[in-house]
Structure formats: structure tokens, C-alpha cells
Design a protein around this ligand. Structure first.
Ligand SMILES: C[S@@+](CC[C@H](N)C(=O)[O-])C[C@H]1O[C@@H](n2cnc3c(N)ncnc32)[C@H](O)[C@@H]1O
Length: 249
């Protein structure tokens, strides 16, 4: 359990760069760049995970792992590699570790690349697997989905950026440099049809988009905003959005 006073905890939190906004109690919320509570609503986790095992692939600071534990999962394994392995200029695994200590959480952790996932490496298959915000970081999107499928027993919850929204057939945009969001760690932008098709190819029998793309007008306004705010290329941002998909074996 955490033995820090709220003021000490606040000081420890302030020393770190946070991706997730995690409520650590006593009025301390980590100042994440991500609006994690809003993402949680969009992702639509099962209300109860009682008796389930959960693998959170690309867990970062662990917001979703801790939430699954809170919803009753018997075992949660948080895995990550890029950020936990020094691949980020400011973030590290320290946020996850501080949050876990403070919450008195029993979430387990493993530093493992998506492409190394297998039942042998992660101790079997998990009832529910989260693959949130990771697919577009993958150079090999289908292979990544196949690796994630190999460790999924029942249900996969996938959240991702999507691109090429004008194209109806399955298509994947490839980012050689930093075309998606000026971020060189982004490599592939599948369209929703490609996400669904790749999940089926990887063996999921039922695939549902539970949070789809927003209207053209919404995306137009957002692309204009990001051009003004962060100088993101307007025409590259316009055909992009994010989706959430639930898939069952
Ligand atoms: C945008 S963050 C998403 C964090 C969290 N899943 C969420 O949705 O809020 C992407 C995460 O994927 C991880 N990641 C990127 N490439 C990875 C790889 N090849 N293997 C494992 N994790 C990876 C990063 O370290 C980072 O934690």
C-alpha cells in the first residue's frame, strides 16, 4: 500500500510525465495528456469482469489495467515495450509503478513487444485482451493482430486511429515518416474495413465496431483546429479518426 501523504504523493506525481489521467485518491489525479475517463466511455469495457483474466497490451501508465482490476478481474497482466523500454523522450514505466503502488494494485507487468506475444510467453490465453491505441504504432499491422489473437481466449477490445476514410475497400495507409500527427512512432493507418477484415483473418468470428468514425463536418473542423493549434497537415488529418472494435473468438 502507499505510505506517502497526499502532499508527498503530489510531489512524486509532479516529477513524472504522464500519459494517463489516473485518480490516485485523496484528490490526486495524474496530469495525463490523455483524457482517459472519456476514452474509457468510448471503449465500452464490460461492466463486470468478475472471474475474468485480462491482458492489457500497450498499457503505458496502466489506467485501463487498474480499471479492469476494479471491475473484478481475477488476474490482470499489463504489458508494454516501447515506453517501458526507453522509447519515449519523457515517459517511462515509473508512472505505472507509482500508480500501482499508490492504488495497492495487484496488476502484474511484463515488458514484451507485441510481436513477441504468445501463450507460452505470457502464461496462456486471457479471457479479455485490450489492444488500445497501439495498432497504428505497428509496422506489421496484420502480424500484430495475429499475435494479439494468439493470446485471446474470448474477447478482444481494440481501439485505434484509422485513415483513408474515403476508401470503402480494406486499405492501410503507410507512414514512412511522421505523417500521422507529426509522430514518427506511427506507422500504419488502416481504414475501418481493413481493421474488421484483419480481425476476421486472425480468427475472430464476430467483429463489431462499437464506436465508429465521426461525421465529415466534425473531422473537417477538427483538422482545421489541429492545423491552427499544432500545424498538422490539414489534408492528411481530414480522412483520419479513431474507432473502437469488439471482437470475439
Ligand atoms: C498511445 S499509447 C496507448 C496507451 C493505452 N493503451 C491507451 O490506450 O491509453 C501506445 C502504447 O503502446 C506501446 N507500444 C508501442 N509499440 C509497442 C510494441 N511494439 N510493443 C509493445 N508495446 C508497444 C507504447 O509503449 C505505449 O504505451
Amino acid at each position: 500500500m502507499n505510505s506517502l501523504s497526499p502532499d508527498e504523493l503530489r510531489r512524486e506525481v509532479a516529477k513524472l510525465w504522464w500519459y494517463h489521467s489516473i485518480d490516485l485518491g485523496n484528490g490526486v489525479v495524474t496530469p495525463g495528456v490523455d483524457n482517459s475517463p472519456r476514452k474509457l466511455q468510448r471503449v465500452q469495457l464490460p461492466a463486470s469482469l468478475k472471474g475474468k483474466t485480462v491482458l492489457d497490451v500497450g498499457a503505458f501508465d496502466g489506467f485501463f489495467s487498474f480499471e479492469c482490476e476494479r471491475r473484478g478481474a481475477t488476474r490482470v497482466l499489463a504489458s508494454d515495450h516501447a515506453v517501458w523500454h526507453g522509447g519515449h523522450s519523457e515517459a517511462s514505466k515509473k508512472g505505472f509503478e507509482l500508480a500501482r503502488r499508490t492504488l495497492g494494485s495487484k496488476v502484474e507487468d511484463m515488458d514484451i513487444d507485441v510481436l513477441d506475444l504468445s501463450p507460452e510467453r505470457v502464461g496462456g490465453q486471457y479471457d479479455v485482451v485490450l489492444f488500445l491505441g497501439v495498432l497504428y504504432h505497428m509496422r506489421h499491422p496484420l502480424l500484430s493482430i495475429e499475435k494479439v489473437a494468439s493470446v485471446t481466449k474470448e474477447m478482444l477490445i481494440l481501439e485505434t486511429a484509422v485513415d483513408m476514410l474515403g476508401v470503402k475497400r480494406p486499405a492501410v495507409a503507410y507512414y514512412e515518416r511522421d505523417e500521422l500527427g507529426n509522430d514518427p512512432s506511427n506507422w500504419s493507418g488502416p481504414n475501418p474495413a481493413a481493421v474488421v477484415a484483419m480481425l476476421r483473418t486472425a480468427g475472430f468470428k464476430r467483429v463489431e465496431i462499437v464506436a465508429g468514425t465521426r461525421s465529415f463536418f466534425f473531422r473537417f473542423a477538427r483538422a482545421a483546429y489541429y492545423k491552427y493549434k499544432r500545424n498538422f497537415p490539414f489534408w492528411a488529418a481530414l480522412p483520419t479518426d479513431r474507432i473502437v472494435v469488439h471482437a470475439w473468438k
